[in-house]
Design a protein around this ligand. Sequence first.
Ligand code: NAD
Length: 327
Amino acid sequence: MNEAEAKQKLESLREQLDRYNYEYHVEDKPSVSDYEYDMKMRELIELEGKFPELITPDSPSQRVGGPPLDAFVKVQHNVPMLSLGNAFNEEELRDFDRRARGGVEEDIEYVCELKIDGLAVSLTYEEGLFVRGATRGDGTTGEDITKNLRTIRNIPLRLKENHSLEVRGEAYMPKKSFLALNEEKEANGDEPFANPRNAAAGSLRQLDPKIAAKRNLDIFLYGVGEWEDSPLESHSERLEKLEELGLKTNPEWKKCKDIEEVIDYVNGWVEHRMNLDYEIDGIVIKVDRLDQQDVLGFTAKSPRWAIAYKFPAEEAITHLKDIELSV
Ligand code: NAD
């Protein structure tokens, strides 16, 4: 492919991906599967890799999420809320491990967590009090959805200790609530939601908090954005601390001593995930030590110390059937 052909192909891929992003992040109504989206994004990244001079700053490969809706007050994230790089098979997980080990001097331990399929949110506590909740938006600017998040019972309005910190997690809709909501929508002649992720995102981006209050949403916290003077040295310590503060974390996380243990964990969940009462779309693998995370740093779009393993495509195709079988 010559440069002119590449340019044309890149334009068409970007146009498609921009449209898919808008449908997914702004309208909560995707027209293609996540797998199709991920494969298109890969094609874009690979072609940009061959023609780096054609990379544009507004390419979907360089951007996180979608723009925040004008209807909401905007919130600036002091620490950007980024995306995650993807791995689709064991070899790509091993590549990630090689890259990470190449970047630090000592051995690396990982933390594996379920990748909850919901909406990324940030919760800010001042002196232990919940003061603000926001969506990720485009990574630097999100939407203020404090009132809607206050309706989630598992979000404490006051922490057990008076810390000032910003925590991050995934708000989601359990499978049972999703099925009940869609039944109700169909009975009323309304269009059902495509999946629990879009239902959760659609519910939290409503101007009337009474709607979110009726939707039985829940949350798992999985990270810290800002926490000045925190003495903690690893991600696993942070997860334990969040739980101590009264912030709900997912109980299935595991510390793994090497990539082989990570791969065992991943393989175990490929089948096991059907038994969960919420949807997951993969496994997130994070370098445990915070000093090693700092050394590895970030690309424009994602941390180099973490990766999302995405479940295989066949699984995505049986998606809706899985939901019905497992609730
Ligand atoms: P991502 O979903 O691949 O990964 C990042 C997100 O994972 C984080 O923002 C966080 O919200 C979430 N997450 C869940 N559990 C987590 C945990 N334990 N630790 C850390 N993060 C956790 O990336 P993205 O940028 O949010 O979205 C891109 C993805 O969205 C695509 O890969 C695709 O699957 C989907 N998408 C689909 C369409 C479509 O049209 N079908 C369009 C756009 C995006």
